[in-house]
Structure formats: C-alpha cells, structure tokens
Design a protein around this ligand. Sequence first.
Ligand SMILES: NC(=O)c1ccc[n+]([C@@H]2O[C@H](COP(=O)([O-])OP(=O)(O)OC[C@H]3O[C@@H](n4cnc5c(N)ncnc54)[C@H](OP(=O)(O)O)[C@@H]3O)[C@@H](O)[C@H]2O)c1
Length: 308
Amino acid sequence: MPFADFTLNDGRKIPSIAFGTGSVLKGTDVSEYVEQALETGFSHIDTAQYYETEESTGRAIRESGLDRSEIYVASKYSGGGEIQQAVRESLDKLGLRYLDLYLIHEPRAARGGFEAAWQEFEKIKKDGLSKSIGVSNFNLEQLQTLIKTANIKPAVNQILFHPYNYAEKKTLLEYAAQHNIVIEAYSSLTPITKLPGGPVDKVVKEAAAKRGVQPSQILLAWVRAKGVVIVTTSTKEQHLREYLGVADIEPLTAEEIAAIDEAGARKPWTSWASITVQTLFLYILGFLIGLGVMDLLLGLSGSRSSYK
Ligand SMILES: NC(=O)c1ccc[n+]([C@@H]2O[C@H](COP(=O)([O-])OP(=O)(O)OC[C@H]3O[C@@H](n4cnc5c(N)ncnc54)[C@H](OP(=O)(O)O)[C@@H]3O)[C@@H](O)[C@H]2O)c1
C-alpha cells in the first residue's frame, strides 16, 4: 500500500513522503539519486535555490520519462535575488513550466518583510508558476504574523521535526491544524543520524524489534502518526525501500507513540550527562584506587627500608 496523498488547504494533493536533494546532497549532482528515488517509487522531489541541485534534479526528471503529472516537484526561494526572477530561474534549471509547491525557505529569506514577500508568492500562484505556495522554518509567531496579512494561506510549513523537538513544536502543529496548513518534517531521523544514544533509542528499538523492521522506519512511522509529511533522503536504494515500506508496517500503537513522545521530551543530553557523570566517577574511583595501591607499595617499600 503506497503512502497516501494529503489534501492541502488550496484543494491540491501532496504525496505524504518526499525525496530531498538538500542536506548531505547539497551542491552535488543528484541526478543518479533522484532517478533512483523515482524508480524506487518516490513521486515527490524536494529541492531549493540554496541546494544547487535544481539542474540535476531536472535532468533526472526528464530522463525518468515520467509524465509531468506523475511527479510532484517542490522548490524554495532561499533569499537569492528578487523573488519573481528567482522562481523563473528555478523553473529554467528544473526545465519545468510550473512547480507543484514553492516555499519561502526560511523567515530571513523574506528580506523585505513577510507581507511583501508573501504578496510575491501569491502572484506566483496566480500566474500559475507554482500550484501551491508555502513556507519553511517558520515558528508559531512568524506564521501568525504572515497569516494576518495573507490573502492566500500558506499550504505548508516545512520544519525540523523529530522526537527530541516534538514538545516545542506542539503548539505550532496545533495552530497549523486549525488553518489546515500541512506540516512537512525534515531531519526526522535525527535520533539515529545526529543524536544517537539518547532516551528515544530504546523505545524505537523495541517497536522495531516487535515488527521486525528498522529503527529508521519506526521514526518515520511516528512522523506519519502525527499527520505530518515526511521529507527524507538517501543515496542507498535499500534505505529508500525501507522509507517507502513504512506505509506497510503495522501502525504504532497509542502507547508506543506516547512512549516516543515521552522519551523525546527527556532529550538526549540527559542520558549523555548521566554517562559523563558515571565515567567521571569511574575515573575518580580508578585514581583513588591507584593512589591506594601506590600508598600500599610505598608503605611496603618504606617498611622494608626502615627494616633495613
Ligand atoms: N527546509 C529546510 O530548511 C531543510 C533543512 C534540512 C533538510 N531539508 C530537506 O529534508 C531532506 C532530508 O533531510 P535530512 O537528510 O536531514 O533527513 P533525514 O531523513 O533525517 O536523514 C536522511 C539521512 O539519513 C541517513 N540514513 C538513513 N537510514 C539510516 C540508517 N539506518 N542509519 C544511519 N543513517 C541513515 C541517510 O544516509 P544514506 O544515504 O546512508 O542512506 C540520509 O543521509 C533534505 O534533503 C532536504 O530536502 C530541508
């Protein structure tokens, strides 16, 4: 069973898992990886002005032979140059007549203020250069500010989202839900890739073992359970198959989701801190034992010399 589409607040559909061409792939020729992702079953490709991967993404799309309607392409305005010119340059690089989704990559990219930048985005949608428009890395306050003057609500907000930052993103998620703004999650594999050894590992491993699947699949199943679009990436076909296979694994139970939320709220550094304290304690103990042994030896040698 493939990943289902979500419906955006502008009525358009978005595939709920995307292959990203940023992060580790930034500045590289991604054509081979995008082709691999399309062949494996991804239909949603995420790129950005900043990633410098639009040209090679476009090449891969052309070489796939897929019809434009079968591929969902998202790109982002990252703050380089004027917005109307930037979207046309992105389209040129991708070799496309329209994007499915165009995002303000981060609040700082809207240099002339949110209101002015969003008006440019609304024009992009009206002109048909992008079917949907949205934002990325906007916090609650920034999203509220943007919506105050928007004629068209952003369709999505793409954010950093994983169990260790879930607690702080909860109100943003609630606000987005009220406005039918879809949340897209990037870097959701952080507990594996960047913060291994934290409290989330145990619960994720247990849920994975129970189903005979990979911990990465449990993390993505958790994102899915939160009603959030997954934006991930991989250079390896095996990992891509694992990501797509998340749609077929037994859904997480309410208890498992709550256990991951709770472990995420404890933050990885709490376990690192306890490991550091334990290590320090062992060092001190070793040092004291060492001193004791030295003392004993010196004492023995001292008594021997005094004996002499
Ligand atoms: N809007 C923004 O500001 C923003 C910021 C960052 C990212 N993004 C988007 O989100 C996409 C994904 O970001 P991300 O790379 O941080 O996502 P991620 O899904 O957290 O991590 C993907 C990485 O995990 C590795 N991986 C997969 N399975 C693994 C395993 N079992 N053990 C160890 N490593 C494993 C993959 O490496 P392998 O190649 O080895 O499989 C890949 O490099 C980007 O490409 C970009 O499109 C957006």
